[in-house]
Design a protein around this ligand. Sequence first.
Ligand code: ARG
Length: 396
Amino acid sequence: MSRRIVLAYSGGLDTSVAIGWIAEETGAEVVAVAADVGQGGEDLDVIRQRALDCGAVESVVVDLKREFAEEYCLPAMRANAMYLERYPLVSALSRPVIVKHLVAAAKQFGADTVSHGCTGKGNDQVRFEVGIGALAPELSVIAPVRDSGMTRDKAIAFAEEKGLPIDQSKRSPYSVDQNLWGRAVETGFLEDPWNAPIEDLYAYTSAPGSTSDEVVVSFTDGVPTAIDGTAVSVLDAILELNRRAGAQGVGRLDMVEDRLVGIKSREVYEAPGAIALIAAHRELEDLTVERDLRRFKFQVEQRWTELVYDGLWFSPLKRALDDFVDSSQQHVTGDVRLRLSGGQAVATGRRGSGSLYDFELATYDTGDTFDQSLAKGFVQLWGLPSRIAARRDLRA
Ligand code: ARG
């Protein structure tokens, strides 16, 4: 049997050409692996067949939607993960689940190398390669677009020369990556950060208008378990909120982002379900998580998010922080009512069995059980170090 290489296959021009390109450059057989992470679009059987038509010896499509929802999107929601306080890690989350299945395919088909179609300028090359190294350090990686001069022009020429079944007219003028958790759009006229996004860019959201919707999201120990009282899986919760929040224009983002490779890039995102779920989850944490745990978790959330953004999903620190986040979710049980309107998801009500809100302590009306006489001494001792320091500073 000749040497085999597993290729992360999307069905687009670059990875279709990569099949023949890799075979010519290395003499190896190419096994194409396409992952369904909820990106929609083209039929996956069509994509599977295209890989064979382009010369792959084996072509598989793996349905990762449920696994992606439960093991990748859910931990991100529990960590309220938003890079630079805004971007819910859409692409950064899908890479590790794809990596896991590329590595499994390499074992299954006896490949010693994995290949991806990323350029050398983005984060995704890092996520693929660092992830593969963390799961299977014995595998090699090749990246034809980055390392062996497979430029766009050469790819098109190669496709024409070999008569590959690629329809150039269907090409988007942007670089788009999308999955269950959202959609990322870059390049084209967006490369001038002064250019405003146009309505054409969006596919998961409608333009925010004057309509509105209201939805109750219920959580059990930090897992979304019902929407408007109907039990849902994590996958269904995401899909349903993509639809409901997307219809109200929730989750559109236009930002300049710091990539790991040092470049600032202009990105447009839409992530209606992710943004709505995180808004609801945060709100319930405010109600149910003890003060110091909540305050400390903010730091953990930021670090967790940066690790995942930077391609370190399978790292020891990320694993340890997962344990912290999991333990923080024990009592995050209850309901949040969200108002979806004008592009915003705003909580207007929260309640639950995990609540730490004590009406009798909080009220300013009759029924108050808070002993205000204790506050006087507390405040004096709390401020004691500052008073001592102030006296010293005055003496000096
Ligand atoms: N900048 C985002 C990230 O690093 C999105 C990348 C999208 N990838 C793409 N090929 N368009 O997570």
